[in-house]
Design a protein around this ligand. Structure first.
Ligand code: NAP
Length: 259
């Protein structure tokens, strides 16, 4: 299917690896020029070069911590006007509800709620002015199906979800859509790190921990960044203009609920 977005320009934050990179690749395959971002310069430059080489789109790489207000402003300034915004950042560490301090909560809220809100506040006016725009926020399956040890993530992402619920309906009449994609377990560095933590806790190997977690997913496996990217690219496509303010689970059926 032609996604109808060839020649559009997208900013994908936190995109040198993992789900963000999967999104960048899928958009590039649809002919979208990209602004990529990550903290680590080397992996970012390598990803940008590989994507340009493979898909022939223009790629601008801007290194910086997207959760830092100054760096975020630099990324936005370098990006200029964009048609598509995909917000992403690293997730907060796991832990226990009794241990989290006010500063832990503020860090998580800054990274996984206020940063995507700031990115949207910066990009939405241009999209509204031109009468077309697409925003997808990468959140987490934990928004619908809480994971207790990721309580910092549950908390911050619930706040972002609330912001999107109202704002998506305010901007929809201008041809701008905002939706959230909720990943369940996907095979990325983040999943590997969480497997290692679970393995250490249970006294098993990371491979055993991964196999146990995969066995609990109806699809019987972790998702891939490519699958995630393809779903996101569809939400960014010309065909998705009537999908507004949705929270879409990509979790292999793991959340056991009818709706
Ligand atoms: P990942 O494999 O660890 O990749 C994270 C990417 O984001 C890397 O390119 C990383 O590069 C960049 N990044 C991280 N923090 C950044 C920051 N502060 N500023 C700029 N770039 C940053 O992670 P992932 O699995 O793709 O996860 C992406 C998001 O989805 C996270 O919020 C995660 O919590 C959420 N999620 C993932 C899963 C899963 O199973 N994978 C499930 C549910 C939710 P640098 O390190 O060089 O900055």
């Amino acid at each position: 299917m032609d996604l109808g977005i060839r020649g559009r320009r997208a900013l994908v934050s936190a995109s040198s690896k993992g789900l963000g990179r999967g999104v960048a690749e899928a958009l590039a395959a649809a002919g979208v020029d990209l602004v990529l971002n990550a903290r680590g310069q080397a992996a970012l430059a390598a990803t940008a070069a590989e994507i340009t080489g493979r898909y022939g789109v223009r790629v601008l790489a801007v290194a910086g911590d997207i959760t830092d207000a100054g760096a975020c402003a630099e990324v936005l300034a370098a990006a200029g006007a964009v048609d598509i915004l995909v917000t992403n950042a690293g997730g907060p560490p796991p832990g226990h509800w009794s241990d989290w301090s006010r500063d832990d909560f503020l860090r998580a809220i800054d990274a996984n709620m206020l940063t995507p809100v700031a990115l949207m506040q910066a990009c939405l006016p241009g999209m509204i002015a031109q009468g077309w725009g697409r925003v997808v926020n990468i959140t987490s399956a934990a928004v619908k199906s809480p994971i207790a040890e990721l309580g910092l993530s549950n908390t911050a992402r619930a706040g972002l979800t609330g912001f999107v619920a109202g704002t998506a309906r305010q901007v929809a009449r201008h041809g701008v859509t905002i939706n959230n994609l909720l990943p369940g377990l996907h095979a990325t560095d983040r999943a590997t790190a969480l497997d290692a933590g679970a393995a250490a806790k249970a006294g098993i190997t990371p491979a055993e921990a991964a196999a146990r977690r995969a066995a609990g997913i109806p699809a019987g496996r972790y998702g891939t960044a490519a699958e995630f990217g393809a779903a996101c690219a569809f939400l960014c496509s010309a065909h998705a203009g009537y999908i507004i303010g949705q929270n879409i689970l990509l979790d292999g059926g793991a959340a056991n609920a009818t709706f």
